[in-house]
Design a protein around this ligand. Structure first.
Ligand SMILES: C[S@@+](CC[C@H](N)C(=O)[O-])C[C@H]1O[C@@H](n2cnc3c(N)ncnc32)[C@H](O)[C@@H]1O
Ligand code: SF4
Length: 370
């Protein structure tokens, strides 16, 4: 067994894959129409937790992601949280992802009682025509209702996910999303650029991705608008009120160890990485037999880790310690990028400037061989 960080792994992800339908842009590991398997899945996840318990230390963060975790229902989620709760450090961040149409006050109250202190709400857009392009189940009213339910239940942290670069999205649409965020006032916003992922329905047409200039303009508008509203742009796609960073995501960007439970979940511990296979039935069957879930071991040599540390570490607005991250492939590029105002250097550290972060991908292509 790989030992990982001293004291054990402090970050746990649980993948809950059930969805009512697959959104056209989504390429995540999801299971549609398998609600009958939720009890068996819960048992399997609890069995995997038992198998992995020895790697875990006091958990600083727990993240229930999906899929649509809220489709598991209050009883199963409470049972899952009851099993994990004894492992949580005092003050741990406990997040659940939620689709707006699945949120009601009873569910939120049950989750609050079971220890959830952060809800990440998948709003994606406030416009019916764009929600239609994305094949979302929820309308704008569901998002507003869900926000009220989270707050009424006393869950202290609320994050909303939005998308930019949705086919047909105008600057006026984005401005209206911004106005909605400002009015609702979540303490965290993730505003992702829509990726046309291979194998997703949207990638095979008829919608085309917006051109790069349009996407860049929308991105800049989102960054500037959220900053004007008092959010800190602390990661390329993430914004928060002071002190409300997502601690779980920060652990990924800081290349900390984490354990993932459930179908498709990835774990990175002690220089090793493995990925549970997709496929609910095989997962449930293996754990039911007392075996490990089907998994693939992924190569994670020193060189891969060095590249990852650069790629992830330059996403956040904190200096990257080069002694920790390792050397860049083209150190001379740092001088050129610094002179061009794209990065700044401290004593043994590098940090992208605002302009550098807007162009992070291109900047990294200059520094590293990918
Ligand atoms: C996998 S979803 C799970 C949460 C929940 N089911 C939902 O849809 O809101 C987590 C987030 O990933 C983002 N996401 C999913 N597919 C994406 C894509 N193709 N491009 C960019 N972001 C994507 C969405 O913003 C979504 O809120
Ligand atoms: S985007 Fe969310 S709701 Fe839609 S299929 Fe993917 S995981 Fe399910």
């Amino acid at each position: 067994m790989r030992s990982g960080e001293p004291g054990g792994v402090a970050h746990l992800y649980v993948h809950l894959p059930f969805c009512a339908a697959r959104c056209g842009y989504c390429a995540f590991v999801v299971e549609v129409g398998r609600d009958d398997a939720r009890d068996a899945y819960l048992d399997a996840v609890l069995a995997e937790l038992e198998r992995e318990r020895g790697r875990l230390g006091a958990l600083e963060t727990l993240y229930l992601g999906g899929g649509t975790p809220t489709l598991m229902g209050a009883g199963r989620l409470s049972a899952l949280l009851a099993a994990i709760s004894p492992l949580l450090a005092p003050g741990a961040e406990v997040t659940i992802e939620a689709n707006p149409e699945t949120v009601d006050q009873n569910l939120m109250a049950a989750l609050a009682g079971a220890g959830v202190n952060r809800v990440s709400l998948g709003v994606q857009s406030t416009h019916p025509h764009l929600l239609g392009v994305l094949d979302r189940q929820a309308g704008p009213d569901d998002a507003a209702r869900a926000v009220r339910a989270v707050r009424a239940a006393g869950i202290p942290r609320l994050s909303v996910d939005l998308l930019l670069g949705v086919p047909g999205q105008s600057q006026a649409d984005l401005a209206a999303d911004l106005a909605w965020v400002t009015e609702v006032g979540p303490d965290h916003v993730s505003w992702y650029e829509l990726e046309f992922k291979e194998g997703s329905a949207i990638a095979s047409g008829p919608h085309l991705p917006p051109d790069e200039d349009m996407s860049a303009d929308l991105y800049e508008e989102a960054v500037e608008g959220l900053e004007a509203a008092g959010y800190r742009w602390y990661e390329l796609a993430n914004f928060c009120r002071p002190g409300a960073e997502c601690r779980h995501s920060l652990a990924y960007w800081r290349a900390r160890d984490y354990v993932g439970l459930g179908v498709g979940a990835v774990s990175t511990v002690g220089g090793g990485r493995w990925r549970n296979a997709p496929g609910l039935d095989r997962y449930v069957a293996a754990l039911g037999r007392g075996d490990a879930p089907p998994r693939t071991q992924e190569p994670l040599d020193a060189d891969t880790r060095r590249r990852e540390r650069w790629m992830l570490g330059t996403r956040v607005d904190e200096p990257l310690d080069m002694a920790w991250a390792g050397s860049p492939d083209r150190p001379a590029a740092l001088d050129v990028l610094e002179a061009g105002g794209l990065l700044e250097r401290g004593r043994g550290t590098v940090r992208l400037t605002r302009r550098g972060r807007l162009l992070q991908n291109a900047v990294m292509q200059e520094i590293m061989d990918f």
